[in-house]
Design a protein around this ligand. Structure first.
Ligand code: FAD
Length: 344
């Protein structure tokens, strides 16, 4: 068996495979393109805070060590440290710097996993490649000649000291980046819809339960249960609360087009900016599965639970709710992985 991707989703899968009696490195192998552990967390900006405290940001078997500062919301480095120790603790033997290029069907009911470091033959493949390598920027007419970057390229607020900065996006990344950039720069915030702020006492714990309830209701054929929020709603971590106190969290509706020095608004007026930070999300990294011809009309791979509908030997985990409720969160990856391994 081959697990492609050694981020939290791949590790949680490895945990349950090992617990079912399979030997890492012999019965299954986890391969990962990156040199270092931690998945996407190793690439996020250092001041990013998780949207739930450690006890609700843990993988199966071993809890993330507590974080005492910032009301209990740990930074990305704490998560990387936890994932690094997690894979060591369970001897998951992740093979690093192995980039999977494609998966093809072979003879005898086997799948071939082709990488830049050789090939594996497997009777089951789990894809857990996340979204970080596919940052998404929406298309707007016109052209902006200033600096543009995506959440994936953002490092620190001081890079924008004294600038006029436009921040685009209505999720947690946008809110946290806005909160810190606004301490050193003049910021404008654009969101597609009015931003949805969660009550101060609600965080990722509640969001996870809501995602689960919605998923169950949909599976049972019922209507969407709704609730106080979704996984994209903004958690009021300390920096965002502080920005609210400074009255920074005022969003405008989207502009009509980009212009050389900034943007033109729908009323025809223009604003100048030095930089645009696109906090506009990511798409699933599924390019290595293209050869199997599984994509549906929405660009995703249709699944029944985690199993690809058109390829029973392939399972997908992480990416989004379509592979399991909150499957792309720390707490949700464990439950999805347990169901995946039970199925296998
Ligand atoms: P990743 O962590 O991206 O891991 C995928 C792995 O696959 C990577 O190591 C990559 O190197 C490897 N890979 C990719 N392609 C290939 C290939 N072709 N061949 C081999 N290896 C490959 N979740 C929470 O629970 N709490 C939070 O507070 C939270 N905050 C977030 C903040 C941001 C800005 C973002 C983007 C996400 C956040 N998430 C949060 C969501 C989620 O937990 C993370 O995105 C998490 O990294 C997803 O884990 P994953 O294992 O699915 O993917």
């Amino acid at each position: 068996m081959v697990v492609i991707g050694g981020g939290q989703a791949g590790l949680a899968t490895g945990f349950y495979l090992r617990r079912s009696g399979l030997v890492p490195g012999a019965d299954f192998v986890i391969v990962d393109a990156a040199e270092q552990p931690g998945g996407a967390w190793a690439r996020m900006w250092p001041t990013l805070r998780t949207f739930s405290p450690t006890q609700y940001s843990s993988l199966p078997g071993w809890m993330m060590p507590p974080w005492t500062g910032d009301s209990g919301y740990p930074p990305a480095a704490h998560v990387v440290d936890y994932l690094t120790r997690y894979e060591q603790r369970y001897n998951l033997a992740v093979r690093r710097s192995v980039s999977v290029r494609s998966v093809t069907r072979g003879d005898g009911g086997l799948l071939h996993v082709h990488s830049d470091r050789g090939e594996w033959t497997a009777d089951q493949v789990v894809s857990a490649t996340g979204t970080w390598s596919r940052p998404f920027i929406p298309t707007y007419p016109g052209r902006f000649s200033g600096r543009q970057l995506h959440t994936a390229d953002y490092r620190q607020a001081s890079d924008f000291a004294g600038d006029r900065v436009l921040i685009v996006g209505g999720g947690n990344s946008a809110a946290q980046i806005l909160a810190e950039v606004s301490t050193v720069a003049e910021t404008t915030w654009v969101t597609l819809r009015p931003p949805r702020f969660l009550p101060d006492e609600v965080d990722g714990r509640a969001l996870f339960e809501i995602a689960t309830a919605r998923h169950r209701a949909r599976q049972a054929g019922g209507p969407d249960t709704g609730g106080v929020g979704g996984l994209g709603d903004i958690v009021m971590v300390e920096s965002v609360r502080e920005a609210r106190d400074r009255d920074v969290l005022q969003a405008r509706e989207p502009f009509a087009r980009l212009v050389d020095h900034g943007v033109r608004w729908r009323d025809g007026s223009e604003s100048s900016f030095d930089a645009i930070i696109w906090c506009t999300g990511f798409r699933p990294a599924l390019g290595h599965l293209r050869t199997l011809g599984l994509r549906g009309h929405d660009g995703l791979v249709p699944t029944d639970g985690t199993q690809a509908v058109k390829e029973s030997r392939l399972h997908l985990i992480g990416y989004g709710d379509w592979t399991g409720p909150a499957s792309a969160t720390l707490i949700g990856a464990g439950r999805t992985a347990r169901e995946l391994v039970t199925h296998l």
